[in-house]
Ligand binder design. Structure first.
Ligand SMILES: [Zn+2]
Length: 269
């Protein structure tokens, strides 16, 4: 599932590709991906523009010039492609937004959705999300504050969207590895020094992943050299049995609350 760096990469690239471009139409082949009737969706979009793209947690918010917001969550298996009909990958699309002879294709949007809301509704919907780990105001002191009184282990807490926004299965493991802390550690047992290491690891891992375009396999457009470069840079995720890059011991895979979890049992403690 795309996490903060993947959605941030989409946000930055789509801003360059579609911001302020006139929408010439739309197509819906899976009405369940929307929260409004397809006819209304198409009518609302045609002649409209996306004037600004925001990201909050794993969502993108497409702000329309008419004031509404399209709220996108790709969930498991969702991705996007921008280009002409000839360039389009041979995959089923659920929603398409037309920009003349180019199109924004939403692919694999089965669990995911593209919902239309008035701006205040979106604010309410997203109000339960935890802080954004890369916000300038999210200091170590604030991080310590959200850790306070937290029970449970590190892995489960890091992926909890009400605790922090945008971290999922892959980056929780990468952050724990970078910090040298076991994902199964109870939060209550972390020393202040470990909390600080975790805070720094969280920032550096997420920033590096954004710099390398996240881990999504599929390019956003023909000639896209950014998207997915971080996949080759993951240190532990999906690397069961491979030697640890820090100490050489084979990496371990386990399951934590039915989530895949990868770590080095030798140099994480
Ligand atoms: Zn190791």
């Amino acid at each position: 599932m795309p996490e903060l760096p993947e959605m941030e990469t989409y946000r930055q690239q789509l801003t360059r590709l579609i911001q302020n471009a006139p929408i010439t139409g739309a197509e819906v082949t899976r009405p369940k991906s929307l929260n409004v009737e397809p006819e209304r969706f198409i009518q609302k979009l045609t002649g409209n523009r996306i004037v600004h793209i925001d990201r909050r947690a794993k969502h993108l918010l497409f702000h329309l010039s008419s004031g509404e917001v399209l709220l996108l969550h790709l969930m498991l298996g969702g991705w996007m492609f921008f280009g002409t009909e000839e360039e389009k990958p041979d995959r089923t699309t659920q929603v398409v937004i037309h920009y003349g002879d180019k199109h924004l294709y939403f692919i694999g949007l089965r669990l995911g959705y593209l919902h239309m809301y008035a701006l205040p509704e979106v604010a309410t919907l997203l109000s339960k999300l935890g802080p954004e780990p890369l916000d300038a105001g999210f200091t170590f002191a604030r991080f310590q504050n959200v850790l306070k009184g937290k029970k449970g282990n590190l892995k489960v807490t890091l992926v909890d969207q009400s605790f922090l926004s945008g971290i999922g299965n892959c980056y929780s493991d990468e952050i724990c590895f970078s910090a040298g802390i076991l994902p199964l550690r109870k939060l209550s047992t972390l020393t202040e020094e470990e909390q600080h290491r975790l805070f720094l690891a969280m920032r550096s891992v997420l920033l590096e992943a954004i710099q390398y375009g996240g881990y999504i396999d599929e390019p956003l457009f023909v000639g896209d050299r950014l998207t997915g470069q971080f996949d080759a840079k993951c240190r532990v995720y999906d690397r069961e049995g491979e030697p640890c890059l820090r100490c050489g011991h084979p990496l371990v895979k386990t399951e934590v609350s039915s989530r895949k979890c990868f770590y080095c049992a030798n140099c994480q403690s």
